[in-house]
Design a protein around this ligand. Sequence first.
Ligand SMILES: Nc1ncnc2c1ncn2[C@@H]1O[C@H](COP(=O)(O)OP(=O)(O)OP(=O)(O)O)[C@@H](O)[C@H]1O
Length: 403
Amino acid sequence: MACRSVISSSLHMTNSIAIKGVLSFAPNPPLLHRVPKAVTFVSFCSSTKPLTKSFQVRSVASTTEAASGFDEMVSGTKRKYYMLGGKGGVGKTSCAASLAVKFANNGHPTLVVSTDPAHSLSDSFAQDLTGGALVPVEGPDYPLFALEINPEKSREEFRNAAQKNGGTGVKDFMDGMGLGMIADQLGELKLGELLDSPPPGLDEAIAISKVMQFLESPEYSMFSRIVFDTAPTGHTLRLLSLPDFLDASIGKILKLRQKIASATSAIKSVFGKEETQQNASDKLEKLRERMIKVRDLFRDTDSTEFVIVTIPTVMAVSESSRLSASLKKENVPVKRLIVNQILPPSTSDCKFCAMKRKDQMRALDIIQNDPGLSSLLMIQAPLVDVEIRGVPALRFLGDIIWK
Ligand SMILES: Nc1ncnc2c1ncn2[C@@H]1O[C@H](COP(=O)(O)OP(=O)(O)OP(=O)(O)O)[C@@H](O)[C@H]1O
């Protein structure tokens, strides 16, 4: 038996076999402006009797009834950061992009940033957003810009600054001056090694610190909402401890540099390198400051929230449970859990759908019994039958998720 149970956009439906209900969203009070929107829920199964309208609307409502608390997310003009993260492929980019569109359509000049080395923002918005610079996204009512950070390029900048001060460049320099003991201390920092074969998460740490650098510049001051589409869980977890590690490493290098400054200044002035070293030192100090800002930003309950995205499978939920525990341990504020791609209701399932639904129920059950996950506000997002690409599709998804 062929069976379909879908939720579809009125923008999308051309061959609606059985449109069962139209639910008009009662929009939340706008910050500046909001366009009312109607979304059509469709459910049909080719060989079974059609669903009744009342069942349809009631069932869909049960899928989406838990409000995301968007009112709270959208209120206020003070800048807020939202970081969306989870296992690979669960829909982080779609959820992040739909949130960014929703903020922009509610009056917030918004920036959506991808720090995932495998960017998919361009695919999600169906626009070319590559290039490592601010790119305007066409479509939303208020300004929405996207930024895909190039981790390779950022890492190269970091490497250059570090090498001049504490990496192999300085080590060789000091070896040459008979300061081997200090050089050994430098070896302990393992910074050169770190940069040569960076662990997962370093790229992301550097990418986010790059964003911090951008945010200090005046052209970024307009953004009141900043949404991060982060790299998959493993990277994010390592990222949380990296700023501390890097901060300590850079701090040690700077201290060391001060110690040897007097010993080397005469030699450096002979070789005319004083100015270059000072510039590099300033750069490193700035990077260190940014790392501290990144660390503080991740833990600032007033302005930042990490939203966990998952799907209803045992594997994804287990990973989300670990992520939630780690975020808690690191004092990163988490309030919401999106369970994405939930099968919409249907009176009659094919064998495949019935099995899938049972699996999903089991995964939802695990969430309810998980001490960390169950304490979060669960937002259930349905599996839709459109590919989430382009602003209209993101707006459609956003209106379902962010209520
Ligand atoms: N609720 C949904 N219904 C239907 N398709 C969805 C839904 N959410 C996401 N998708 C689709 O799933 C695919 C993966 O989504 P997305 O790129 O957002 O995931 P991701 O977690 O960011 O992936 P990655 O870890 O690879 O960056 C995309 O094709 C997207 O259109």
